[in-house]
Design a protein around this ligand. Structure first.
Ligand code: NAD
Length: 330
């Protein structure tokens, strides 16, 4: 089968990484890059030994699929043009700025029979991949994603920039509709919200308390998941997870399971066991690009579809609406 010809649109911070990683994705070949900043475009084309295209149209004419890695506010127009030209699109997160834009892209992709994958990269974080063999059904989630200030991505609120990573993970793990959202946030440094907290209530009773900040002194990306008989701690920065479980009787101390102690509960004696799941040594961005190629070549749904991107965006907008409501004068 001929290799899939791919192009990267937007060669800034993340786009340059896309271009470099595309070189190593099996069954794909980087045809070239395009950026409105010609100097940057030429620099990344040189670094990746690919071609700097002079226009979006010229790049689209030369490829089968693209990575859209431009500022979020431009995703709808650029991905829309790529889809209209019959190209598969990998769109960095968030899929678009508005739900209407995302809906239009999903409909257009269906019509043109092309794939959309959204760059919710934390799904491919080794810390999350390591939990694949566990039954994760959280009833309470606490998450913190704290970053230092960086003017990049301040074209959108911290909810669409950072919190959306955790929203996507939580919504995909809980697997139940969002019933209610209460949130608050403040624009401290930029013109948009820089710090926000949301309490998301799901129809199955699960509650997630989610905090995101881009004005913190120290980085932190942690999620704690609590469910019947288990507590799971995920560290996205370190790329590792820990699982604490209560089991009946002495658990088989195999597969790196450690016995931490015993506890007497209403239903009898339980053993507390601890496990640090084995981590796959992968590059999450390279891995998600490879999954996108697989989905195209095997004609199957990508692991993070346009609909997934829209669902995360919908919850993000409900959070933003709740923040606006809190601010209305009494
Ligand atoms: P950036 O500002 O570093 O780069 C954006 C690039 O797009 C710039 O080089 C700019 O010249 C170019 N550009 C702007 N408008 C364009 C247009 N119309 N056509 C072609 N090129 C255009 O931004 P970034 O940090 O690389 O972010 C890009 C996207 O990636 C954003 O949507 C952001 O949310 C997303 N992102 C995702 C993650 C993640 O963890 N998955 C991390 C960072 C950024």
């Amino acid at each position: 089968m001929a290799a899939l010809k791919v192009g990267v649109i937007g060669t800034g911070h993340l786009g340059s990484l896309h271009a470099k990683l595309w070189k190593d994705v099996p069954s794909a070949v980087l045809a070239g890059v395009f950026d409105v900043n010609e100097r940057r475009c030429a620099e990344i084309a040189r670094a990746t030994k690919s071609r700097a295209f002079a226009s979006l149209g010229a790049l689209l004419a030369a490829v089968d699929a693209v990575s859209v890695v431009t500022p979020t506010s431009t995703h709808a127009a650029i991905a829309g043009e790529a889809i209209a030209a019959g190209k598969h699109v990998f769109i960095e997160k968030p899929i678009t700025r508005t739900e209407e834009e995302a809906g239009a892209l999903i409909r257009a992709a269906k019509e043109k029979k092309v794939k959309i994958q959204v760059g919710h990269i934390e799904r491919f974080n080794p810390a999350i991949l390591a939990l694949e063999s566990y039954r994760i059904r959280p009833m309470f989630v606490e998450s913190h994603r704290l970053a230092q200030f960086n003017p990049r991505s301040t074209d959108v609120d911290v909810v669409l920039d950072l919190m959306i990573h955790d929203i996507d993970i939580i919504v995909s793990l809980v697997g139940s509709p969002v019933e209610k959202v209460d949130a608050n946030g403040v624009a401290v440094v930029s013109e948009n919200l820089d710090i926000a907290n949301a309490r998301i209530q799901f129809a199955n009773g699960c509650v997630a308390n989610v905090t995101a900040s881009r004005i913190s002194r120290k980085k932190m990306r942690k999620m704690r998941l609590f469910q019947r008989d288990a507590y799971i701690s995920v560290d996205f920065l370190a790329g590792e997870s820990e699982v604490f479980r209560m089991v009946d009787g002495p658990d088989a101390a195999s597969g790196g399971t450690k016995k931490l102690g015993e506890i007497r509960t209403g239903s009898g004696k339980k053993t507390i066991v601890y496990q640090k799941p084995k981590i796959k040594k992968i590059n999450p961005l390279g891995y998600e690009l490879a999954q996108f190629v697989n989905a195209i070549l095997l004609d199957k749904d990508p692991p993070v579809t346009g609909e997934d991107g829209l669902l995360a965006l919908n919850v993000a907008h409900r959070i933003l609406a709740s923040i606006r409501e809190q601010k209305l004068p009494a």
